[in-house]
Design a protein around this ligand. Structure first.
Ligand SMILES: C[S@@+](CC[C@H](N)C(=O)[O-])C[C@H]1O[C@@H](n2cnc3c(N)ncnc32)[C@H](O)[C@@H]1O
Length: 277
């Protein structure tokens, strides 16, 4: 860590930049977080302090360094089968219902927004491969997006350390869906190849998505203000099939943000659907 304390004006500059470029709200008392996340960035640029980093950011045109700083301020915490119940809901209710309803078209579209390092979309794939192998022959598109290029690179590689696979991955999934690679593990090619990993900022232009049957947007809206959450939920409604399902994180909700969604109980958890009529 650099010795020089973070100046309040520099902190405000970073807070503003992160909010404008990623919608992430950093409270003024999060100086310690900015310091710990940006010290390595300053160091890698050969700068002695975050003050010097801010000076460089102010001088230069918005480019790679700005992107690096915003990415460093994102929280990428995730794990395989995080919270368990959404994946149980997919297995017990959501996928059987969609498979029955779409038996003729055999078309399934899914999107995992804020996929971080990939554990979440891969957990969805493992659920499908293990319990609904018939979907392998469906026309299915699975998009996984994140703001962070660094995270997307990790998603595409599908390589995880022993510590990462120890977090939430059942041993049966490890033996079925991974190959040992050096000290770690890599998701098998046929599974990696079925997910379309793409960069997308939730407050930027959205990709031209097809109509979605299932949307996972978990543990990212917690970082945003009310207006941003409302806008994102409205955008989701535009791409979600009227019979589709939206999964949010355990501490997230559409309540008091978007009245056109309703919360429905599925397999010991809840998800959100667009109200009928
Ligand atoms: C805490 S992780 C959530 C990962 C996963 N969804 C889960 O629940 O385990 C939050 C992710 O949101 C991404 N993120 C933050 N702001 C974003 C934005 N404006 N647009 C797209 N992704 C964003 C971060 O890069 C990070 O990978």
């Amino acid at each position: 860590m650099t010795d020089i304390a973070l100046n309040p004006k520099d902190l405000d500059y970073i807070r503003d930049m992160v909010r404008t470029r990623a919608a992430i709200v950093l409270e003024p008392e999060k100086g310690y977080l900015v310091q710990s996340r940006l010290d390595p960035v300053a160091k890698s640029e050969g700068l002695a302090s975050i003050g010097e980093l801010v000076t460089k950011l102010k001088k230069g045109p918005h480019g790679e360094l700005h992107k690096q700083v915003v990415e460093a301020m994102t929280t990428n915490e995730t794990s395989f089968f995080r919270d368990l119940t959404p994946f149980q809901a997919l297995r017990e209710q959501v996928l059987p219902e969609i498979i029955a309803r779409k038996a003729t078209s055999k078309r399934l579209n899914m999107w995992c927004g804020a996929s971080s390092s990939g554990q979440e979309p891969y957990s969805v794939m493992f659920t499908i491969w293990e319990h609904f192998p018939e979907l392998k022959n469906w026309n299915f598109q699975f998009f996984a997006t994140d703001l962070s290029e660094k995270m997307l690179e990790k998603c595409r590689n599908g390589k995880y350390s022993q510590l990462e696979v120890n977090r939430g991955l059942p041993i049966t999934s490890l033996t079925k869906f991974f190959a040992k690679k050096g000290m770690g593990w890599q998701v098998q090619d046929d599974i990696r190849g079925r997910i379309d990993f793409k960069p997308m900022n939730l407050i930027g232009p959205w990709l031209p998505f097809p109509t979605m049957d299932i949307v996972f947007l978990r543990n990212v809206m917690i970082y945003f203000d009310m207006d941003t959450k409302k806008q994102i939920l409205e955008n989701i409604r535009k791409i979600l099939d009227p019979n589709g399902y939206l999964f949010l994180g355990g501490s997230e909700t559409t309540l008091n943000l978007d009245n056109e969604f309703e919360r429905v109980a599925v397999s010991g958890t809840s998800c959100y659907r667009v109200k009928k009529g």
